[in-house]
Design a protein around this ligand. Sequence first.
Ligand SMILES: [Zn+2]
Length: 251
Amino acid sequence: MPKLVILGTSDAVPDERHDNTHMLLLGEERRVLVDCASNPVMRLRQIGIEPNSITDIIMTHFHPDHVSGIPLLLMNMWILKRDKLLKLYGLEHTVRNMEQFLDAFEWSRWLDYPVEIKRLRELKMTLVMESSDFKIISFPVTHFVPTIGLRFEFPKSGKILAYTSDTAPTANVIWLAKDADILLHEASGSSSGHSSAAQAGEMARQAQVKELYLIHYPTGDFDSKSLVAEAAEHFDGPVALAEDFMEFDFD
Ligand SMILES: [Zn+2]
C-alpha cells in the first residue's frame, strides 16, 4: 500500500506541466502532504484523493515556493467541513513564521477543526512520525533558512526513500539518503543553498542509493535538458527527472 505521488517538480517558478515541488505519501493509516506551495486541492482531486483525508502536513522550510499554500488549504478544508485533527510539522523557524502567516489571515476566527503543530528538533535523525506503513525521519540540510530533508522507511518491504528538500551538498544529505532505494534530490542549480544536477549525482554516489530522481529543477524558460546527463556523469545507477503525477510504490 504505501506509495508516494509526486504532485509538483518545479523549482520556484512553475510552468504548465510542473507545479512547485510537493508530494503526497499514502499509507493505510495516514496521508501525509510534504510541502504545499500552491493550492493542492486540484492536484489531489486529479488523483482521486479527498483533501480532507489528508492527516498530516510536513513543512520542510518557510519559503513561499514550499509553504505559501497552507492558509488556503486550511481554509478549503474548513469550507469542505473538515472535523478531524490535522497535524503540521516543521522546525521552530518554520512553525513560528507559519503561525504569523496564519494569524495575518485571522485563522483563529474561522478555523473550527483541531490543528496540532509539532515543532521538530533541528537535529540529525529526528523522528517526525511513525505509522504501521512508514517511519519519517528528518535531518537538517544546508539552505538559506532552517530546512529539513526527509528519510522515509517502510518496515514491511524494508525499502527507503529520501527527499532532500532545498539544500547545498552536505554530509547530512549522505546520511539521510544512506542506502536508499530512491533519492529525490533537488537540482535547482549550484549556489550556496542549492545543488546542481552534478552535485545531486555526487551525493547519490556517496550515499550509495539505488536510483536517483532529480526534482525542484528549472522549468519553462529556464528548462535545461542536460540535467540527467550531468547527474549521470557522477552516479552509475539509473537517473531520471521526477515528473508531476509520478508514483512510487513501497510494498
Ligand atoms: Zn527554499
